[in-house]
Design a protein around this ligand. Structure first.
Ligand SMILES: [Zn+2]
Length: 394
């Protein structure tokens, strides 16, 4: 059946997270986005203040909450809200994905200095990480499973271990992107959503089969704590996007001005803020995304900008057509790191991915954000992965 296309944004009814298109031809993501202009955000902020109040440590001998961070995405804004507006004392946690860019490491170091926070870094050994990446390429057509799994489980494990019940996340993807829930549902973190959507249905234990060499020692760090452990501490994860009118572009620009967050230009999207901490997300991972799902990250960015009224649908279509055909950079760095050649990688991928895409440049188009600084050298081929969380400068 031919998928339906939203008349307002560019999503279709076969979006992997699930998009419903109503009888007026508008998708659920766009409908939920309309709430951003109708909800009483001052009231919602007061709900957030009330919600976090009981979690403040009275004797200052423990942290008030956990904030998962990286050197990219919304980390700065989340911390700005948590530390400077809610006046909470957070413990930061970050999962080392190994594909760190110099800009990402710099942003993470600057974040810790600016906000004056303690941080825990989870470094799972590289042998296990590489084994997992090879296996998730084969089983799921994904190089990113370990990053998502690590980023979503390490904060929860830390909450249990350090007895810090409250975890504060940014926006919920199901609300923000596809309108799976209303903001007013105040949806919280769950084991089930993580498995079904973040992990593509595969928990760490599901990766171990008779047909591979993964063992308990490779996957135990990715295992979600059991309900008994969670309930004993009372662990819950809340999303700021349910209480604050979420606008990533405006927020990032604010963080550039206030806290010196650094952006970088990409070849495959016009957004310069989101994934500056990773060599692979906007490159080989994005190339896989379009092969698997028929659209890439630039479509997500374009839909977001359409909804915020900063981009016309017509211009968005042009941008997507241009950017999704651009080559992905730094693939060879990934193959070297993983110890595979590009042909065997493509072969593994072709067996799980449906869309046949011919990547080539279609000429030039002026960028959406003319202020983008491309002198940061994120994708300088001479700079490899910064594989452990060193300070900056290294
Ligand atoms: Zn839409």
């Amino acid at each position: 059946m031919t998928p339906l296309v939203c008349k307002r944004c560019l999503y279709t009814s076969d979006h992997p997270l699930g998009v419903y298109i109503d009888d007026q031809g508008i998708c659920s993501g766009c409908r939920i986005h309309e709430e951003k202009d109708s909800l009483d955000w001052a009231f919602r902020w007061s709900r957030l203040e009330k919600l976090v109040k009981p979690y403040r440590s009275t004797d200052r001998r423990n942290y008030d909450c956990i904030v998962p961070v990286s050197g990219g995405q919304d980390s700065y804004f989340i911390l700005h809200i948590v530390k400077e507006r809610l006046k909470l004392n957070p413990l930061l946690v970050t999962y080392n994905k190994y594909w760190n860019t110099p800009v990402g490491i710099r942003n993470l170091a600057n974040l810790r200095i600016r906000f004056n926070c303690d941080i825990l870094i989870q470094n799972v050994n590289p042998v296990s990480v590489k084994k997992i990446v090879k296996e998730t390429i084969r089983q799921l057509g994904s190089i990113y499973w370990h990053c998502i799994a690590g980023q979503t489980v390490f904060p929860v494990q830390t909450a249990v271990r350090y007895k810090i019940p409250l975890i504060i996340w940014g926006a919920h993807q199901g609300v923000e992107q596809v309108g799976m829930f209303s903001h007013e549902h105040e949806v919280e973190m769950t084991r089930r959503y993580r498995k079904e959507h973040d992990l593509m249905g595969q928990e760490a234990d599901d990766l171990v089969t008779h047909f591979n060499t993964l063992t308990e020692s490779d996957i135990w760090q990715y295992r979600y704590p059991d309900d008994g452990a969670l309930n004993e501490v009372g662990v819950r994860g809340i999303y700021l996007g349910n209480f604050i009118r979420w606008d990533p572009l405006a927020q990032h620009r604010q963080m550039v001005d206030m806290h010196d967050y650094q952006a970088a230009r990409f070849t495959r999207t016009f957004d310069i803020y989101d994934y500056v901490d990773c060599f692979n997300y906007m490159n080989i991972h994005d190339r896989i995304k379009i092969k698997k799902h028929g659209f890439s990250k630039v479509t997500d960015h374009a839909c977001r900008e359409i909804r915020h009224g900063r981009l016309s649908r017509e211009h968005a279509v042009d941008l997507v057509r241009y950017y999704e055909m651009q080559p992905s950079l730094s693939d060879s760095m990934f193959f070297d790191w993983l110890g595979v050649d590009s042909r065997s990688f493509d072969f593994s991928l072709d067996s799980v991915c449906g869309h046949d895409i011919d990547f080539k440049s279609e000429g030039c188009m002026s960028d959406f954000y003319p202020e983008a600084n491309d002198s940061l050298g994120v994708f300088d081929q001479n700079s490899g992965y910064i594989t452990i969380g060193k300070g900056w400068p290294v």
